[in-house]
Design a protein. Structure first.
Length: 481
Protein backbone atom coordinates (compact mmCIF):
# COMPACT_ATOMS: atom_id res chain seq x y z
CA UNK A 1 0.00 0.00 0.00
CA UNK A 2 1.42 3.39 -0.95
CA UNK A 3 1.99 6.16 1.59
CA UNK A 4 -0.71 8.06 -0.25
CA UNK A 5 -3.37 5.58 0.89
CA UNK A 6 -2.24 5.24 4.51
CA UNK A 7 -4.90 6.04 7.03
CA UNK A 8 -4.08 9.37 8.68
CA UNK A 9 -2.89 9.06 12.26
CA UNK A 10 -4.19 11.27 15.04
CA UNK A 11 -2.67 14.70 15.40
CA UNK A 12 -1.51 13.96 18.96
CA UNK A 13 0.58 10.98 17.84
CA UNK A 14 2.01 12.82 14.85
CA UNK A 15 2.82 15.84 16.97
CA UNK A 16 4.70 13.68 19.42
CA UNK A 17 6.67 11.90 16.69
CA UNK A 18 7.66 14.94 14.65
CA UNK A 19 8.39 17.27 17.55
CA UNK A 20 10.40 14.58 19.32
CA UNK A 21 12.51 14.10 16.21
CA UNK A 22 13.14 17.84 16.07
CA UNK A 23 14.14 17.80 19.75
CA UNK A 24 16.57 14.97 19.05
CA UNK A 25 18.11 16.78 16.07
CA UNK A 26 18.56 19.90 18.19
CA UNK A 27 20.07 17.98 21.09
CA UNK A 28 22.49 16.04 18.87
CA UNK A 29 23.66 19.16 17.01
CA UNK A 30 23.69 21.74 19.81
CA UNK A 31 20.78 23.70 18.33
CA UNK A 32 18.64 25.79 20.68
CA UNK A 33 14.91 25.03 20.50
CA UNK A 34 12.08 27.11 21.98
CA UNK A 35 8.49 25.91 21.72
CA UNK A 36 5.27 27.96 21.88
CA UNK A 37 7.11 31.17 22.66
CA UNK A 38 5.40 34.58 22.53
CA UNK A 39 6.78 37.55 20.64
CA UNK A 40 5.39 40.96 21.61
CA UNK A 41 5.11 43.88 19.21
CA UNK A 42 3.61 47.05 20.66
CA UNK A 43 0.07 46.09 21.69
CA UNK A 44 0.03 42.80 19.79
CA UNK A 45 1.37 39.34 20.58
CA UNK A 46 2.07 36.34 18.39
CA UNK A 47 2.80 32.74 19.33
CA UNK A 48 5.72 31.15 17.51
CA UNK A 49 5.04 27.39 17.63
CA UNK A 50 8.71 26.59 17.27
CA UNK A 51 11.92 28.54 16.83
CA UNK A 52 15.31 26.87 16.45
CA UNK A 53 18.65 28.67 16.48
CA UNK A 54 21.64 27.03 14.84
CA UNK A 55 24.56 29.23 15.89
CA UNK A 56 26.47 28.19 12.75
CA UNK A 57 23.71 28.78 10.17
CA UNK A 58 20.85 30.97 11.36
CA UNK A 59 17.33 31.03 12.80
CA UNK A 60 14.58 28.59 11.77
CA UNK A 61 11.03 29.83 12.42
CA UNK A 62 8.14 27.35 12.21
CA UNK A 63 4.45 27.79 11.48
CA UNK A 64 2.22 24.80 12.26
CA UNK A 65 -0.62 23.68 9.98
CA UNK A 66 -2.92 20.74 10.64
CA UNK A 67 -3.98 20.26 7.00
CA UNK A 68 -4.29 16.63 5.94
CA UNK A 69 -4.12 15.16 2.45
CA UNK A 70 -7.91 14.67 2.37
CA UNK A 71 -8.40 18.36 3.08
CA UNK A 72 -5.86 19.50 0.50
CA UNK A 73 -6.85 17.17 -2.35
CA UNK A 74 -10.41 18.52 -2.33
CA UNK A 75 -9.22 22.13 -2.28
CA UNK A 76 -8.31 24.36 -5.15
CA UNK A 77 -4.86 25.94 -5.26
CA UNK A 78 -6.30 29.48 -5.32
CA UNK A 79 -8.55 28.72 -2.36
CA UNK A 80 -5.57 27.35 -0.44
CA UNK A 81 -3.56 30.43 -1.37
CA UNK A 82 -6.23 32.61 0.21
CA UNK A 83 -6.09 30.46 3.35
CA UNK A 84 -2.35 30.91 3.50
CA UNK A 85 -2.60 34.65 3.02
CA UNK A 86 -5.23 34.91 5.74
CA UNK A 87 -3.79 32.48 8.25
CA UNK A 88 -0.04 32.13 7.91
CA UNK A 89 1.93 34.52 10.10
CA UNK A 90 5.25 33.85 8.40
CA UNK A 91 5.75 37.28 6.93
CA UNK A 92 4.36 39.16 9.92
CA UNK A 93 6.51 37.31 12.46
CA UNK A 94 9.49 37.37 10.09
CA UNK A 95 9.28 41.17 9.84
CA UNK A 96 8.92 41.60 13.59
CA UNK A 97 11.94 39.39 14.24
CA UNK A 98 14.03 41.33 11.70
CA UNK A 99 12.94 44.65 13.21
CA UNK A 100 13.96 43.52 16.69
CA UNK A 101 17.27 42.04 15.55
CA UNK A 102 18.23 45.24 13.74
CA UNK A 103 18.85 46.82 17.13
CA UNK A 104 21.95 44.67 17.61
CA UNK A 105 22.63 42.83 14.34
CA UNK A 106 22.45 43.06 10.56
CA UNK A 107 20.45 40.68 8.36
CA UNK A 108 23.71 39.35 7.00
CA UNK A 109 24.81 38.38 10.51
CA UNK A 110 21.72 36.28 11.18
CA UNK A 111 19.76 34.81 8.26
CA UNK A 112 16.19 33.72 9.01
CA UNK A 113 14.53 30.69 7.41
CA UNK A 114 10.86 29.70 7.51
CA UNK A 115 9.39 26.21 7.75
CA UNK A 116 5.93 24.67 7.87
CA UNK A 117 5.19 21.90 10.36
CA UNK A 118 2.76 19.62 8.51
CA UNK A 119 2.02 17.00 11.12
CA UNK A 120 -0.92 15.49 9.21
CA UNK A 121 0.84 15.16 5.86
CA UNK A 122 3.55 12.73 4.73
CA UNK A 123 5.94 13.02 1.79
CA UNK A 124 4.07 10.49 -0.37
CA UNK A 125 0.77 12.31 0.07
CA UNK A 126 2.41 15.62 -0.84
CA UNK A 127 3.75 14.12 -4.08
CA UNK A 128 0.19 13.19 -5.13
CA UNK A 129 -1.07 16.76 -4.80
CA UNK A 130 -1.80 18.75 -7.94
CA UNK A 131 1.27 20.57 -9.28
CA UNK A 132 -0.46 23.89 -8.73
CA UNK A 133 0.08 23.48 -4.98
CA UNK A 134 3.85 23.31 -5.18
CA UNK A 135 4.43 27.04 -5.62
CA UNK A 136 2.16 27.76 -2.68
CA UNK A 137 3.55 24.99 -0.49
CA UNK A 138 7.16 24.53 -1.64
CA UNK A 139 8.54 21.18 -0.56
CA UNK A 140 11.82 22.63 0.72
CA UNK A 141 10.11 24.50 3.58
CA UNK A 142 7.83 21.66 4.79
CA UNK A 143 8.60 19.28 7.65
CA UNK A 144 6.52 16.16 6.94
CA UNK A 145 5.34 13.76 9.62
CA UNK A 146 7.30 10.78 8.25
CA UNK A 147 10.68 12.49 7.92
CA UNK A 148 13.62 10.87 9.68
CA UNK A 149 16.02 12.80 11.88
CA UNK A 150 18.56 12.69 9.05
CA UNK A 151 15.94 14.07 6.62
CA UNK A 152 15.28 16.96 9.02
CA UNK A 153 18.96 17.79 9.44
CA UNK A 154 19.53 17.57 5.67
CA UNK A 155 16.65 19.98 5.07
CA UNK A 156 18.21 22.51 7.46
CA UNK A 157 21.52 22.22 5.62
CA UNK A 158 19.94 22.47 2.16
CA UNK A 159 18.23 25.76 2.90
CA UNK A 160 21.10 27.41 4.81
CA UNK A 161 24.87 27.91 4.49
CA UNK A 162 27.59 28.03 7.18
CA UNK A 163 28.21 31.48 8.68
CA UNK A 164 31.60 33.12 9.01
CA UNK A 165 30.90 34.00 12.63
CA UNK A 166 28.92 32.06 15.24
CA UNK A 167 25.64 33.55 16.44
CA UNK A 168 25.56 34.79 20.04
CA UNK A 169 22.54 32.76 21.21
CA UNK A 170 21.90 34.70 24.42
CA UNK A 171 22.10 38.04 22.64
CA UNK A 172 19.69 36.90 19.91
CA UNK A 173 17.08 35.54 22.33
CA UNK A 174 17.22 38.55 24.65
CA UNK A 175 16.83 40.83 21.63
CA UNK A 176 13.84 39.01 20.11
CA UNK A 177 12.21 38.01 23.40
CA UNK A 178 13.07 40.74 25.94
CA UNK A 179 10.65 39.17 28.45
CA UNK A 180 13.50 36.71 29.08
CA UNK A 181 16.21 39.35 29.38
CA UNK A 182 17.81 40.47 32.65
CA UNK A 183 19.61 43.81 32.39
CA UNK A 184 22.41 44.40 34.88
CA UNK A 185 23.63 47.77 36.16
CA UNK A 186 26.02 48.05 33.21
CA UNK A 187 23.13 47.71 30.71
CA UNK A 188 24.31 44.23 29.69
CA UNK A 189 21.55 41.74 28.89
CA UNK A 190 21.57 38.17 30.19
CA UNK A 191 19.27 35.36 29.13
CA UNK A 192 17.09 34.04 31.95
CA UNK A 193 17.82 30.58 33.30
CA UNK A 194 15.31 27.75 32.80
CA UNK A 195 14.15 28.21 36.40
CA UNK A 196 13.52 31.89 35.79
CA UNK A 197 11.74 31.27 32.47
CA UNK A 198 9.49 28.75 34.20
CA UNK A 199 8.28 31.39 36.66
CA UNK A 200 7.75 33.95 33.88
CA UNK A 201 5.77 31.52 31.69
CA UNK A 202 3.62 29.70 34.24
CA UNK A 203 0.40 30.99 35.70
CA UNK A 204 0.59 31.48 39.45
CA UNK A 205 -2.26 29.71 41.17
CA UNK A 206 -3.29 30.65 44.70
CA UNK A 207 -0.56 31.44 47.20
CA UNK A 208 2.99 30.27 46.60
CA UNK A 209 6.65 31.03 47.35
CA UNK A 210 9.77 31.72 45.34
CA UNK A 211 12.88 30.74 47.30
CA UNK A 212 15.87 32.65 45.99
CA UNK A 213 19.04 34.15 47.40
CA UNK A 214 20.18 37.73 46.96
CA UNK A 215 21.98 37.94 43.62
CA UNK A 216 19.80 35.30 41.94
CA UNK A 217 18.03 37.86 39.73
CA UNK A 218 14.77 37.39 41.62
CA UNK A 219 13.67 41.05 41.67
CA UNK A 220 14.38 41.48 37.95
CA UNK A 221 12.31 38.37 37.28
CA UNK A 222 9.40 39.81 39.27
CA UNK A 223 9.41 42.81 36.93
CA UNK A 224 9.53 40.61 33.84
CA UNK A 225 6.78 38.41 35.25
CA UNK A 226 4.58 41.44 35.95
CA UNK A 227 5.17 42.87 32.46
CA UNK A 228 4.42 39.53 30.79
CA UNK A 229 1.18 39.09 32.75
CA UNK A 230 -0.05 42.50 31.63
CA UNK A 231 1.03 41.99 28.03
CA UNK A 232 -0.83 38.66 27.99
CA UNK A 233 -4.02 40.24 29.31
CA UNK A 234 -4.38 44.01 29.12
CA UNK A 235 -7.03 43.92 31.83
CA UNK A 236 -4.59 42.37 34.28
CA UNK A 237 -3.22 44.38 37.20
CA UNK A 238 -0.13 43.53 39.24
CA UNK A 239 1.23 45.01 42.47
CA UNK A 240 4.82 44.38 43.58
CA UNK A 241 5.45 45.04 47.26
CA UNK A 242 8.86 46.15 48.52
CA UNK A 243 9.81 46.91 52.15
CA UNK A 244 10.82 50.58 51.78
CA UNK A 245 9.95 53.64 49.73
CA UNK A 246 13.44 53.97 48.28
CA UNK A 247 13.43 50.32 47.11
CA UNK A 248 10.05 50.96 45.42
CA UNK A 249 11.36 54.05 43.66
CA UNK A 250 14.45 52.25 42.36
CA UNK A 251 12.40 49.30 41.14
CA UNK A 252 9.87 51.58 39.45
CA UNK A 253 12.72 53.36 37.67
CA UNK A 254 13.96 49.99 36.42
CA UNK A 255 10.43 49.08 35.29
CA UNK A 256 10.09 52.28 33.27
CA UNK A 257 13.47 51.67 31.62
CA UNK A 258 12.43 48.16 30.54
CA UNK A 259 9.12 49.39 29.13
CA UNK A 260 10.73 52.25 27.23
CA UNK A 261 13.71 50.26 25.94
CA UNK A 262 11.51 47.47 24.53
CA UNK A 263 8.58 49.59 23.39
CA UNK A 264 6.19 47.70 25.68
CA UNK A 265 2.94 49.66 25.73
CA UNK A 266 0.92 49.04 28.89
CA UNK A 267 -1.70 51.09 30.66
CA UNK A 268 -0.59 53.36 33.51
CA UNK A 269 -1.15 51.74 36.91
CA UNK A 270 -1.29 48.25 35.36
CA UNK A 271 1.87 47.56 37.35
CA UNK A 272 2.38 49.34 40.66
CA UNK A 273 5.19 49.07 43.19
CA UNK A 274 4.08 49.82 46.73
CA UNK A 275 5.29 49.65 50.33
CA UNK A 276 3.24 47.75 52.96
CA UNK A 277 2.22 51.11 54.45
CA UNK A 278 0.87 52.32 51.10
CA UNK A 279 -1.11 49.10 50.64
CA UNK A 280 -2.75 49.36 54.07
CA UNK A 281 -3.53 53.06 53.58
CA UNK A 282 -5.36 52.30 50.35
CA UNK A 283 -7.53 49.86 52.23
CA UNK A 284 -8.14 52.38 55.02
CA UNK A 285 -8.96 55.09 52.49
CA UNK A 286 -11.62 52.89 50.92
CA UNK A 287 -13.53 52.91 54.22
CA UNK A 288 -12.72 56.56 55.05
CA UNK A 289 -10.52 55.55 57.97
CA UNK A 290 -7.63 57.60 59.31
CA UNK A 291 -4.44 56.91 57.35
CA UNK A 292 -1.21 55.69 58.92
CA UNK A 293 1.69 58.14 58.90
CA UNK A 294 4.73 55.97 59.55
CA UNK A 295 4.30 52.90 61.75
CA UNK A 296 2.60 49.97 60.10
CA UNK A 297 -0.38 48.61 62.01
CA UNK A 298 -3.03 46.19 60.79
CA UNK A 299 -6.36 47.10 62.33
CA UNK A 300 -8.70 44.17 63.12
CA UNK A 301 -11.32 46.07 61.14
CA UNK A 302 -9.33 45.48 57.93
CA UNK A 303 -9.02 41.76 58.61
CA UNK A 304 -12.79 41.52 58.35
CA UNK A 305 -13.18 43.53 55.15
CA UNK A 306 -12.67 42.59 51.52
CA UNK A 307 -10.27 44.63 49.44
CA UNK A 308 -9.24 44.26 45.81
CA UNK A 309 -5.68 45.56 45.48
CA UNK A 310 -4.69 43.82 42.23
CA UNK A 311 -5.32 40.68 40.21
CA UNK A 312 -1.86 39.45 41.21
CA UNK A 313 0.42 40.44 44.10
CA UNK A 314 4.17 39.76 44.31
CA UNK A 315 5.67 40.42 47.74
CA UNK A 316 9.45 40.78 47.49
CA UNK A 317 11.90 40.54 50.43
CA UNK A 318 9.19 38.97 52.56
CA UNK A 319 11.76 38.09 55.25
CA UNK A 320 12.03 41.79 56.11
CA UNK A 321 8.30 42.52 56.26
CA UNK A 322 6.24 42.24 59.43
CA UNK A 323 4.36 38.96 59.81
CA UNK A 324 1.10 40.80 60.58
CA UNK A 325 1.23 42.31 57.09
CA UNK A 326 1.85 38.87 55.54
CA UNK A 327 -1.30 37.52 57.20
CA UNK A 328 -3.12 40.62 56.01
CA UNK A 329 -2.06 39.97 52.40
CA UNK A 330 -3.22 36.38 52.64
CA UNK A 331 -6.58 37.68 53.85
CA UNK A 332 -7.19 40.27 51.13
CA UNK A 333 -5.91 38.07 48.31
CA UNK A 334 -7.76 34.89 49.37
CA UNK A 335 -7.30 32.34 46.56
CA UNK A 336 -6.09 34.87 44.02
CA UNK A 337 -2.44 34.77 42.84
CA UNK A 338 -0.06 35.81 45.61
CA UNK A 339 3.69 35.19 45.37
CA UNK A 340 6.07 35.58 48.32
CA UNK A 341 9.80 35.94 47.64
CA UNK A 342 12.05 34.68 50.43
CA UNK A 343 15.71 33.92 51.19
CA UNK A 344 14.62 30.96 53.28
CA UNK A 345 13.42 27.51 52.27
CA UNK A 346 9.72 27.71 52.92
CA UNK A 347 7.46 25.16 51.31
CA UNK A 348 8.19 26.07 47.75
CA UNK A 349 6.82 25.85 44.27
CA UNK A 350 9.54 27.90 42.60
CA UNK A 351 13.22 28.25 43.40
CA UNK A 352 16.31 29.90 41.93
CA UNK A 353 19.28 27.80 42.96
CA UNK A 354 22.05 29.95 41.56
CA UNK A 355 23.40 33.25 42.87
CA UNK A 356 24.99 35.03 39.93
CA UNK A 357 27.09 37.29 42.14
CA UNK A 358 28.55 34.81 44.57
CA UNK A 359 31.33 33.36 42.42
CA UNK A 360 32.74 36.74 41.40
CA UNK A 361 32.31 38.50 44.74
CA UNK A 362 35.31 39.37 46.86
CA UNK A 363 35.14 40.07 50.60
CA UNK A 364 37.63 42.24 52.47
CA UNK A 365 37.67 42.38 56.28
CA UNK A 366 39.58 45.30 57.81
CA UNK A 367 40.15 45.67 61.54
CA UNK A 368 41.11 49.33 61.92
CA UNK A 369 39.59 52.71 62.66
CA UNK A 370 36.53 52.49 60.33
CA UNK A 371 36.23 56.10 59.15
CA UNK A 372 39.89 56.50 58.31
CA UNK A 373 39.91 53.18 56.50
CA UNK A 374 36.73 54.12 54.67
CA UNK A 375 38.40 57.23 53.22
CA UNK A 376 41.39 55.17 52.09
CA UNK A 377 39.24 52.45 50.48
CA UNK A 378 36.97 54.92 48.67
CA UNK A 379 39.96 56.86 47.43
CA UNK A 380 41.60 53.71 46.06
CA UNK A 381 38.40 52.61 44.31
CA UNK A 382 37.83 56.00 42.71
CA UNK A 383 41.39 56.14 41.39
CA UNK A 384 41.09 52.87 39.50
CA UNK A 385 37.35 52.88 38.69
CA UNK A 386 36.46 56.29 37.35
CA UNK A 387 32.73 55.84 36.81
CA UNK A 388 31.73 53.00 39.14
CA UNK A 389 29.25 53.51 41.97
CA UNK A 390 30.19 52.94 45.59
CA UNK A 391 27.60 52.23 48.27
CA UNK A 392 28.40 52.90 51.93
CA UNK A 393 26.01 51.39 54.47
CA UNK A 394 25.90 52.61 58.05
CA UNK A 395 23.72 52.19 61.11
CA UNK A 396 21.46 55.26 61.23
CA UNK A 397 20.55 58.51 59.53
CA UNK A 398 22.85 60.54 61.79
CA UNK A 399 25.80 58.41 60.67
CA UNK A 400 24.75 58.99 57.06
CA UNK A 401 24.83 62.77 57.51
CA UNK A 402 28.23 62.62 59.18
CA UNK A 403 29.57 60.51 56.34
CA UNK A 404 28.02 62.78 53.72
CA UNK A 405 29.81 65.82 55.17
CA UNK A 406 33.11 63.93 55.45
CA UNK A 407 32.92 62.59 51.89
CA UNK A 408 32.12 66.01 50.39
CA UNK A 409 35.18 67.54 51.97
CA UNK A 410 37.40 64.67 50.84
CA UNK A 411 36.21 63.93 47.31
CA UNK A 412 34.31 67.04 46.13
CA UNK A 413 33.26 66.50 42.48
CA UNK A 414 33.57 62.71 42.73
CA UNK A 415 31.00 62.48 45.50
CA UNK A 416 28.15 61.78 43.01
CA UNK A 417 29.66 58.32 42.56
CA UNK A 418 29.07 57.53 46.23
CA UNK A 419 25.69 56.35 47.55
CA UNK A 420 24.82 56.33 51.24
CA UNK A 421 22.23 54.21 53.01
CA UNK A 422 21.21 52.97 56.41
CA UNK A 423 20.76 49.23 56.92
CA UNK A 424 17.01 49.75 57.21
CA UNK A 425 16.86 51.33 53.72
CA UNK A 426 19.14 48.84 51.97
CA UNK A 427 16.48 46.88 50.05
CA UNK A 428 16.66 47.29 46.30
CA UNK A 429 20.10 48.92 46.37
CA UNK A 430 23.28 47.53 44.89
CA UNK A 431 26.59 48.74 43.53
CA UNK A 432 29.88 47.34 42.29
CA UNK A 433 31.60 48.24 45.56
CA UNK A 434 29.94 48.20 48.99
CA UNK A 435 31.41 49.33 52.30
CA UNK A 436 29.70 48.10 55.47
CA UNK A 437 30.16 50.26 58.57
CA UNK A 438 29.02 49.57 62.17
CA UNK A 439 28.73 45.87 61.32
CA UNK A 440 28.87 44.64 64.91
CA UNK A 441 25.85 46.68 65.99
CA UNK A 442 23.86 46.51 62.75
CA UNK A 443 20.62 44.46 62.67
CA UNK A 444 21.81 40.99 61.69
CA UNK A 445 19.13 40.31 59.05
CA UNK A 446 19.87 43.57 57.23
CA UNK A 447 23.62 43.07 57.62
CA UNK A 448 23.40 39.58 56.11
CA UNK A 449 21.31 40.96 53.26
CA UNK A 450 23.82 43.74 52.59
CA UNK A 451 26.69 41.28 52.70
CA UNK A 452 25.86 39.84 49.25
CA UNK A 453 24.70 42.96 47.41
CA UNK A 454 28.03 43.98 45.85
CA UNK A 455 28.59 43.00 42.24
CA UNK A 456 32.36 42.93 42.70
CA UNK A 457 33.73 43.69 46.17
CA UNK A 458 32.42 44.13 49.71
CA UNK A 459 34.48 45.81 52.43
CA UNK A 460 33.66 45.18 56.10
CA UNK A 461 35.21 47.93 58.25
CA UNK A 462 35.35 47.44 62.03
CA UNK A 463 37.67 48.18 64.91
CA UNK A 464 37.48 44.62 66.21
CA UNK A 465 35.98 41.27 65.36
CA UNK A 466 32.59 40.22 66.66
CA UNK A 467 30.29 37.21 66.44
CA UNK A 468 28.19 38.73 63.63
CA UNK A 469 31.18 39.33 61.37
CA UNK A 470 32.70 35.91 62.05
CA UNK A 471 29.38 34.22 61.32
CA UNK A 472 29.03 35.98 57.97
CA UNK A 473 32.65 35.37 57.05
CA UNK A 474 32.25 31.63 57.68
CA UNK A 475 28.98 31.54 55.76
CA UNK A 476 30.54 33.30 52.76
CA UNK A 477 33.55 31.02 52.66
CA UNK A 478 31.33 27.97 52.94
CA UNK A 479 29.07 29.11 50.08
CA UNK A 480 32.09 29.92 47.90
CA UNK A 481 33.32 26.38 48.30
Amino acid sequence: MSLFFKKPQTLTTLKSLLINKLYTVCSDNNFHLYKNITIYDNNKKFIIPLIIIDKNRGIYIFEKKDWSYDELKNDKAQKLKNKLLNRLLFEKIHNIVIFKLERNFTTKDIPIFKFLLMENLNIGQYNYLDNSFYNILPKEIIMFNDMSEKDILDKFKEISTPLEKEIDIDKVITTIFPQYSIIDNNEKAYLCSKEQMKLIDEKIKGHTTLNAEVGSGRTSILLLKAITEVLEDRKNSVVIIKPTKISCERLDSKLQNILEENNFAIQPKSIEILTPLEVVNRHLQKYNKELLLSNLKIDNFLMNKKFHLADQIFCDDVDFIESSFIYYLIHIQKEKPLLFVSNHNYEKVYSFQKSFRLQQQKMHFFLSEPHKKMITVVSDILKSNLSEEILIVTNNIISVEILRHQLKSEFEERVENILLSTYSDIYGLNAKFILLMNSCIAPFRELAYSFYLAEVETYILEESECEQINSLRNSFESNKN
